[in-house]
Ligand binder design. Structure first.
Ligand SMILES: [Zn+2]
Length: 166
């Protein structure tokens, strides 16, 4: 791999990281608002979950739909260029996630996956409510995606841009 490709890639990756951080802050805010307290990125836990709620024995992953291959999500379509490469890479990411969730579950943690596509401001009430009901339940694993937090479609686009384009 030549230098320019490497630089380009690290630039792209750093953009993705800051975008993910925005999503994490958003999800944390919703939890905080509802009185939940948490720790961030506990390095000693497998997969370094984004949010850890020790009291609730729960770890939350805030996943980008593309990089974590959100199944059936339009934000997670395979690029046409080098499709085989991407398919293999993204399938690998997804498989790794699944292994990590399984291990955390076997350690007694509950695992909640919040997908990027569920993080829209117009739906924050729905997302917050879903997270709260998961935390207060005895369910050990759940995912929250766009379909789970249907909101007012008329304000969707601008709100989505506000959350995602930084
Ligand atoms: Zn998605």
């Amino acid at each position: 791999m030549d230098r320019s490709t490497t630089e380009k890639r690290s630039e792209v990756m750093s953009k993705i990281r800051s975008k993910n951080t925005k999503l994490e802050i958003y999800v944390r805010h919703l939890l905080f608002e509802r009185g939940f307290r948490y720790r961030l990125n506990r390095k000693d836990l497998l997969g370094q979950p984004d949010i850890v709620l020790t009291k609730w024995k729960t770890v939350i992953f805030v996943n980008g739909c593309f990089w974590h291959a959100h199944q059936g999500c339009k934000k997670a379509t395979i690029p046409e260029t080098r499709a085989d490469f991407w398919r293999q890479k993204l399938d690998g990411n997804r498989a790794r996630d699944q292994r990590e969730y399984a291990t955390l579950l076997s350690m007694g943690w509950r695992v909640l996956v919040v997908w990027q596509c569920a993080c829209l401001k117009t739906r924050s009430e729905a997302l917050g409510t879903l997270m709260e009901s998961f935390l207060r339940s005895t369910i050990s694993f759940a995912e929250i995606g766009r379909d789970d937090v249907e909101g007012d479609p008329s304000t969707l686009t601008s709100e989505e841009d506000e959350v995602h384009q930084h």
